[in-house]
Write a protein that binds this ligand. Structure first.
Ligand code: 5GP
Length: 191
């Protein structure tokens, strides 16, 4: 494995603006590759299989669990599974890429304890739970049940933000993007 490559772990409650930040910042770093997770949830409008996620069935997911194919996996929401495939991670690292993971808090802590100082964990915090709820409603991807699930998870995750190496509060998208870009440049320039 190429140990000069690094690992970046990006965590943020659903609706905190993480997608927008990544969409702006990632194209600035040619040497960072996004690790595509596997999930049993259905694709949202605009999501592409094997680009945003590997959309797989519950049975396929269980087979990966049985075969020990995941670096980490979680039942993030009741009945919906997400996981990081070891094959995906090592293939990118071996190509000489830094790898960026977009996972929940538990996944982030698992990946951080696996890669230790080779990894930097960043938590994107919404300005408030009210603002998060507003953004999730505006996004229009959730029904009442999934909205409540996501808000409850966000509340728990925000309380764990201090476990991350860096916390960026997304008051304003431009500022949050600049902050994330600086954090990444700093981390990647260190030996
Ligand atoms: P969404 O359904 O909004 O795409 O993602 C829901 C949650 O699952 C987010 O918090 C996201 O970070 C998390 N997630 C996505 N992929 C993975 C993964 O591979 N492992 C873990 N633990 N969480 C993931």
């Amino acid at each position: 494995m190429d140990y000069s490559t690094k690992v970046i772990i990006f965590t943020a409650p659903s609706g905190s603006g993480k997608g927008s930040i990544l969409a702006r910042v990632l194209p600035l770093f040619e040497d960072i590759a996004f690790s595509v997770s596997a999930t049993t949830r259905s694709p949202r409008k605009g999501e592409i299989n094997n680009v945003h996620y590997h959309f797989i069935t519950a049975e396929q997911f269980q087979n990966h669990v049985k075969n020990n194919d995941f670096l980490e996996w979680e039942e993030v929401y009741e009945g919906t599974f997400y996981g990081t495939l070891k094959s995906e991670t090592y293939s990118l690292l071996n190509q000489g890429k830094h790898v960026l993971f977009e996972v929940d808090v538990k996944g982030a802590l698992a990946i951080k304890s696996y890669f230790k100082d080779r990894a930097l964990s960043i938590f994107i915090q919404p300005p408030s739970l009210e603002e998060l709820k507003k953004r999730l409603i505006e996004r229009g991807t959730e029904n009442e049940k999934t909205l409540q699930q996501r808000l409850k998870k966000a509340e728990t995750e925000i309380l764990q933000a201090h476990l991350f190496d860096k916390v960026v509060v997304n008051y304003e998208l431009d500022k949050a993007c600049t902050e994330v870009e600086e954090i990444l440049r700093n981390f990647l320039s260190q030996n």
